[in-house]
Design a protein around this ligand. Structure first.
Ligand SMILES: C=C(C[SeH])C(=O)N1CCC[C@H]1C(=O)O
Ligand SMILES: [Zn+2]
Length: 597
């Protein structure tokens, strides 16, 4: 009868979950071995382990079909079965599964090992993305040098991934259909458990677009002042290679020569870190200390022993920062090629946020050891970093000296945060709008580059530095496209982290609406056990409940909304409107004149 099968179901799923933990531990170890030492041998081993595990997953999946779990009374039990009833890419027949793993592995190792030649010395061709090319984009203000680096990287890391990518799309779509989805786009969106996810993304963009257009216009004016109107037009998109980042996804490297009040003392965190002999380890220790100050969990022993926090000199690794759960409740690691600078200080908090989430939900069944939705996992570390990057906190830890804020310094601070957080949104939105079109078949392989740039032109107001053709494949020059990592999670994160930040600041007594001595931009939740306990309660839930329940537990809201972000940046929005009015800068942009289709 129903009762017996529910009880049997409970015993079965607990056993299955335990086996799943052992499988995921093996998979993570094989993945780690490969991405921390990219060799043919380790790639073969990784794919072998993945194939073997996929067979076991298929076996377990068959068994779950014997239970009428949809009728079970227990919510959590039903939710566990529902998640285990989704087999994922393991639903592919072995040969196709192996082929798919080889395509993704091929793209990822191409990305990780791509090198370009130096602009000035054409015989020096060992420049890697990290740290070499990243440093060029951080420091160079020579449009020709930046154009060279941009082009070399896009032609090496991007175009060479095109064949693997086309096959990956076909195979991944086949896997999606075997899981009951129309295509991978629907599969990816199902992770957010709301029927109108894509409409919600569009609504958020409508809410933030006016602010972005004002910031875009202001920056274009400042760049035209610097580089001249032959390089930066008055009404067109901004050339993507002039924004301090290979993908123009954050513009913090052009802050020094574009900030609103240049005569105000520059807050150069990177310089202060170097002057104070910061090391990568110190960045991690400071981040760990911040989390502990909130009464959250300290990094375990294994974390410090097993993590890779600097680029090794004796082998190739995947440098793109990542945080790892080995699903045994003890082994948690970060792998990143740290450099001592503000950007990696932020990234360190971002990755430590993932580890903290792993630690907070490690008591959950394996199947619930996940973010409430993928965006939640990306938002934890960034939310903490919003406090860490406040002038108040930077003064507390001695990275900024001098007196409290005045109006102009506050605008400079909001500008610094805005060219990181506001400009990121259209970039993130574009990346997955592009891939939704690819998976749906509305974008064919011949259209890849044209559609990618048409979206970047329309939404982000950037254009390629030189004409592009349909044989180029610029999208894959971004890690997540070459590594099959969904990107809407970051778009969601950059919205909800301001909802989290606002709620935590109120709990910490650091933010009181309408109280000018307790402004959101000045909030630092450091050492607030009250805020930390609320955050912990939300993190402990993992993915055991639909994400609106987790969102409500922390913020009282049940939806993702742009109001937190817009409230945080309101003073900057008003300043930009006045400034663009004063200079008469054209708001928005006309379509690019660069030939990219
Ligand atoms: C740091 C990570 C690893 Se989850 C990352 O990929 N991020 C963090 C911010 C956006 C995105 C990117 O670098 O494109
Ligand atoms: Zn992340």
């Amino acid at each position: 009868d129903l009762e017996a099968s529910e009880q049997e179901g409970r015993e079965y799923i607990i056993h299955l979950d335990k086996m799943a933990g052992i499988r995921k531990n093996k998979a993570s170890l094989a993945e780690w071995a490969y991405t921390s030492n990219i060799t043919e041998e380790n790639e073969v081993k990784r794919i072998q382990v993945q194939l073997e595990l996929s067979k076991q997953e298929k076996q377990a999946w068959e068994e779950t079909k014997m239970y009428r779990w949809q009728d079970f009374q227990d919510f959590s039990l039903r939710r566990m079965f529902k998640k285990y009833s989704q087999l994922g890419v393991s639903a592919l027949p072995d040969e196709k599964y192996k082929l798919l793993m080889q395509c993704v592995s091929g793209m990822e190792s191409n990305y990780a090992t791509s090198k370009i030649c130096d602009y000035k010395n054409a015989t020096k061709c060992d420049l890697a993305l990290e740290p070499d090319i990243t440093e060029i984009f951080a420091k160079s203000q020579d449009p020709e040098e930046l154009k060279h680096a941009w082009l070399e990287w896009h032609n090496t890391a991007g175009s060479r991934a095109r064949n693997n990518f086309t096959q990956y799309v076909e195979l991944d779509n086949e896997a999606a259909k075997l899981n009951g989805f129309k295509d991978v786009a629907e599969w990816w969106q199902s992770e957010y458990e709301v029927p109108d996810f894509e409409q919600q993304l569009a609504k958020l963009w409508e809410d933030v677009k006016p602010l972005y257009q004002q910031l875009h216009a202001y920056v274009r004016k400042r760049l035209r002042d610097k580089y001249g109107e032959n390089i930066v037009s008055a009404k067109g998109p901004i050339p993507a290679h002039l924004l301090g980042n290979m993908w123009a996804q954050t513009w913090n490297n052009i802050e020094s020569f574009t900030r609103p009040y240049p005569d105000k003392k520059e807050i150069d965190i990177t310089k202060a870190m170097k002057d104070q002999n910061y090391t990568p380890l110190k960045m991690f220790q400071m981040s760990d200390e911040f989390f502990r100050s909130l009464n959250l969990t300290a990094m375990p022993e294994k974390f410090w022993n097993n993590s890779i926090i600097e680029k090794p000199t004796d082998r190739e690794i995947v440098c793109h920062a990542s945080a790892w759960d080995f699903y045994d409740g003890e082994d948690f690691r970060i792998k990143q090629c740290s450099t001592v600078d503000y950007e990696y200080f932020q990234t360190t908090h971002h990755e430590m946020g993932h580890i903290q989430y792993f630690l907070q939900y490690k008591h959950q069944p394996v199947v619930f050891r996940d973010g409430a939705n993928p965006g939640f996992h990306e938002a934890v570390g960034d939310t903490i970093a919003l406090s860490v990057s406040s002038p108040k906190h930077l003064r507390r830890v001695g990275l900024v000296s001098g007196d409290a804020e005045d109006e102009q310094t506050e605008i400079n601070q909001l500008y610094k945060m805005g060219i990181d957080k506001i400009v990121f949104l259209p970039f993130a939105y574009t990346l997955d709008l592009f891939r939704y079109g690819v998976f749906r078949g509305t974008t064919s392989a011949d259209d890849y580059n044209c559609h990618y740039w048409r979206l970047r032109d329309a939404l982000q107001g950037v254009e390629p530095p030189v004409p592009r053709s349909k044989d180029d494949f610029d999208a894959a020059a971004k890690y997540h496209v070459s590594a099959d990592v969904e990107y809407a999670r970051y778009y969601v994160s950059f919205i909800i982290q301001f909802q989290f930040h606002r709620a935590l600041c109120q709990l910490a007594g650091e933010y009181v609406p309408e109280d000018l001595t307790k402004k959101l931009v000045d909030c630092d939740i450091y050492q607030s056990v009250n805020a930390g306990n609320a955050l912990s309660n939300m993190l402990k839930m993992g993915s055991s409940k639909p994400w609106p329940d987790a969102m409500e537990a922390l913020t009282g809201q049940r939806a993702m909304r742009a109001d937190g972000l817009l409230e945080y940046f309101r003073p900057l929005h008003e300043w930009l409107q006045a400034e663009n009015q004063r200079t008469g800068e054209f708001i928005g942009w006309e379509p690019s004149k660069i030939q990219y289709c």
